[in-house]
Design a protein around this ligand. Sequence first.
Ligand SMILES: NC(=O)c1ccc[n+]([C@@H]2O[C@H](COP(=O)([O-])OP(=O)(O)OC[C@H]3O[C@@H](n4cnc5c(N)ncnc54)[C@H](OP(=O)(O)O)[C@@H]3O)[C@@H](O)[C@H]2O)c1
Length: 262
Amino acid sequence: MSRAYGRVVGVIGLGVMGGIISETLARSGYRVVGSDRHKRRIKNVMIMGSNRALAERSDVILLAIGHRDLDEVGNEIRAAVKGKLVVSLLAGTKLERINSVLPFSRNSRIMTSIAFRLGSAVSAYCLDKRCTKEDGNTVSALLDAGSEQTFRIKESQFNYFTARASCMLAFAAHNMEGYYAPIDKGDFDERTRKLMTLLSFKSAIELGLQGEDVAERVATKGGMTEQGLATLQRAKVHAAMARTLKNAKEFGVVRERSAKQK
Ligand SMILES: NC(=O)c1ccc[n+]([C@@H]2O[C@H](COP(=O)([O-])OP(=O)(O)OC[C@H]3O[C@@H](n4cnc5c(N)ncnc54)[C@H](OP(=O)(O)O)[C@@H]3O)[C@@H](O)[C@H]2O)c1
């Protein structure tokens, strides 16, 4: 397997994701440098004075900035990344746009989630046509450092993947908090409550993956679960989640349309 061991991975933007990814890569034995507007410190990550200095020092450059910052960062690093591999984490930003900002590098896209810190992320990547097979191995190995599964997918699948594998963590966490809040009356301490939440969701998913129809099996006829499921149906919870996911899936498309309309 081609790991980027021995080569330098530079992470631009040390916010939530850049922080998690750079720390995890460093912990896995990669040589990592980082740059950020806030000069944050991350264990075993050398902080560079500028994005340009980082790009010059790195063999692989990972963009963990917001999509609004792409033009500014692109101007700073364009010349320095010539002939190098660039890995973009920007959700909803297509390779076409990355290529227009960084025309001299071999560009790729990745998607992962905050579970990268735990090594349990589900991650994906796609490569621009200028990328080599070796680049594919490098990107895949970088993702493996924090992932349970890494997929190579088509770029057209990226938003769907993002909605399910990354945004879903936030949607699920938001829902979990909301579900339990009204009945949390101090019957159990916080740690026990969190454990019950974690284990019930984890078991539902594992049983589902094994092919069990969990809802049907738990809902005894005329019982407490059956009544609860009817309440969920009346509240149209599925429809609300479907709208949420549809909006996430169309996020980049809508943004792209509005950019073209300008
Ligand atoms: N959060 C997630 O779970 C997640 C998952 C998958 C993908 N993503 C993608 O990952 C990217 C980063 O997301 P995030 O949640 O980590 O955002 P974030 O916490 O806001 O981190 C972005 C970081 O980039 C820095 N930055 C902006 N412009 C810069 C520049 N010119 N030079 C150096 N650093 C600069 C920001 O600094 P300032 O604070 O000064 O702006 C910030 O520290 C986004 O494109 C997002 O779509 C996020």
